[in-house]
Design a protein around this ligand. Structure first.
Ligand SMILES: [Fe+2]
Length: 279
């Protein structure tokens, strides 16, 4: 047993929730429920599922919305909404997040990439699995970039994983382009922009080089459920707890569900249960 490992099953289980976008006034969304209600539904489902969770992985955009950085009270609220699970929470920084609010919530049982109070990159150990959380923010921009320092840190960390061990890599952002042009050139505050990771190929090169130990990459940001495998590395996106899109090339329709991923992992095996609930 350790801080990030409370179960005794051979599997490590975590709940990946993402893009909760908690905010003080939520009447602006087209959603038929508040962000708070959406996250509560997911938490209740996870409680009812009977899975022996070891921890919660929140892959970012905890608070805030377009043009609005997350407010301190919204991070407190997220802690409170996740509290019924009684498990540690590993937060990942998204483009709408205040990184200092997140960093001060990360438990001490992690190894930080840097002492910079605005950096939310760290690693931690749960059983035999090493987790690497990356911070690829470029301020509040929807696109992202991984620093050379984090790439070197990740490369060294993955290289230190024993042959019978495994690692999970986590970021808020989609790493590689897919077949949907609008993710690659969207209007953001009136200016052409992109959801892409500027140097996603460089990150992918590190991941594919260590694919023997990389069990999976988990991310959010795209408000959609998706698994994308390139060169033996699979990138898993969890759906948002507030609203989602179908993520098809010609389809901007809102997906009428909310969701999360319930993930089980042991060396050699990865199980991702795609949880979808009606809004
Ligand atoms: Fe995002």
């Amino acid at each position: 047993m350790s801080y990030w490992r409370s179960g005794s099953s051979e599997w490590i289980y975590f709940l990946q929730c993402t893009d909760t976008h908690l905010r003080v006034s939520a009447e602006d969304t087209q959603a038929r429920q508040s962000p708070q209600q959406g996250l509560s539904k997911i938490v209740q489902y996870a409680l009812d599922s009977g899975l022996p969770l070891d921890f919660v992985l929140h892959t970012g955009d905890v608070a805030g919305a377009l043009g609005e950085l997350g407010q301190p009270s919204s991070y407190d609220e997220c802690d409170q909404l996740l509290a019924p699970l009684k498990k540690p929470v590993a937060y990942v920084a998204g483009n709408h997040d205040d990184p200092r609010e997140l960093r001060r919530r990360i438990p001490t049982a992690v190894e930080w990439f840097s002492d910079d109070p605005s950096s939310v990159a760290y690693s931690f150990q749960s059983g035999e699995i090493r987790f690497f959380v990356l911070d690829a923010r470029i301020g509040e921009a929807p696109h992202s970039r991984i620093s050379e320092g984090q790439l070197d840190w990740l490369h060294a960390g993955l290289g230190a994983i024993a042959k019978n061990g495994a690692a999970v890599v986590v970021t808020h952002y989609q790493v590689l382009p897919i077949d949907i042009p609008r993710w690659h050139c969207v209007d953001y505050d009136g200016a052409p922009s992109s959801m892409l990771m500027e140097n996603g190929e460089a990150l992918h090169a590190v991941l594919s080089r260590h694919r023997a130990v990389v069990a999976g990459v988990f991310h959010g940001h795209i408000h959609s459920s998706q698994a994308f495998t390139v060169d033996g590395v699979t990138y898993h996106a969890a759906p948002s707890t507030i609203d989602n899109v179908c993520n098809l090339p010609d389809d901007r329709a809102v997906d009428d569900t909310i969701g999360a991923n319930l993930v089980g992992i042991r060396p050699g095996s990865l199980l991702v249960r795609h949880l979808r609930l009606a809004r």
